[in-house]
Design a protein around this ligand. Sequence first.
Ligand SMILES: Cc1ncc(COP(=O)(O)O)c(C=O)c1O
Length: 425
Amino acid sequence: MSKLAISGGTKAVKDGTIKAWPPIDDIDREMVMASLNGGSHAFGPNCAAFQTEYAAWNGNKYAITTNSGTAALHMGLVACGVGAGDHVLVTAYSWSSSATCILHHNAIPIFVDIDFDTINMDVNKIEAAITPKTKAIIVVHLHGLMVDMDKVLAIAKKHNLKVIEDACQAHGALFHNRKAGTFGDCAAFSFNQNKCLCSGEGGMFVTNDEKIRDLAAQVWSFGETRTPLESRDYHAYALGWMYRNNDLTAAFGRAQLTKMDKYFKIQRENGALLNKRLTGLKGLILPYEPENHAHNWYNYTSRIDMDAIGWKGDPAAMRNAIMNALRAEGVPVGVWQSFILPDMTVFKAKNAYGKGCPWSCNGAGDGVVYDPTQYPAANRHCATHFGMTTPLRAPNGAETVEMVADGFQKVFGNIDQIDPDKILK
Ligand SMILES: Cc1ncc(COP(=O)(O)O)c(C=O)c1O
């Protein structure tokens, strides 16, 4: 086994090998320049076309282009009838706004621990978290792996709950060959820099329900019932925000959408190759893809098996030392979220609209306690995980993935040499 790069050996991944995301070509340049040269820079023709094209690509009846995934999540909650003091179930481990979007409408997040294997909400723990005040479940298809929607939809039906899919990381991901965002009452996608569809920033709200679409559109544009392309009466019929997208961003999104199927295929091939190369490495828990699921490999997230490597100290210290060794090999790994959601101050300190709301309003939050120790699987994941995005994305292919796999093999093959006390210094 060759010498680790962190100890002066040669890097497994040569500098300059990994190409940046997203690849930009003439389609992007032409469509963005056409928008720039056009006369409409707010909600323009590219926005309308992006909605139609995204709905068709994903398999939804309706789509509304937004300025973020968070905006689309908030729209979904309102459109599903969630209001002040209602309880909404959400996973204990995700991006902050998977849960702060609930606070945006003065409702109360109730966290459900994750299933360690899939890193998604543990569907077997959902029912125990339901209270008489529960109105909806936000299911987050984390890192591009879908939640078992058969189980979620059965529970939702039994308890009369709405289902909002946080598909912000799950473009193209499949469950029983059906795309993320087509199972729940509505769904939210994000198009920020790092997402599998990048338009810089931005998002998309999707649904098959006309009433939900109309209510979401009110929230999206100042509480008006009309879309900006129709004649407006500038009347606020309901409480609304300004969540609209702009034409330049939509033009970029449309250009990237033409390449989504190609990107998805490349990500699937790269993910499969990496799995094959890394299977059996001692100490590495590889991402899990259950039957009937197709991961989009948005984030290739592994965990360190501390028992397997005989490490009895602080797991995060060993994980960080291993990451440093991988980075020295040229493998761009990182920690995604280092706090579980119930451990974030906004929830722990019940720090939302102020004056105790929404928890103190009419006893809505009685009995709701955010105790981070109640989520053992999420905590274990948090301390032992690391992830990787770019090497699995186009235009990177098999050659890059092989080098990345070499880097992993070097580090895990020399795991006895990784000493957090030395490497962290
Ligand atoms: C799971 C998840 N939900 C929600 C969001 C919010 O998306 P945005 O940043 O577009 O608001 C993100 C990404 O940032 C995310 O990863």
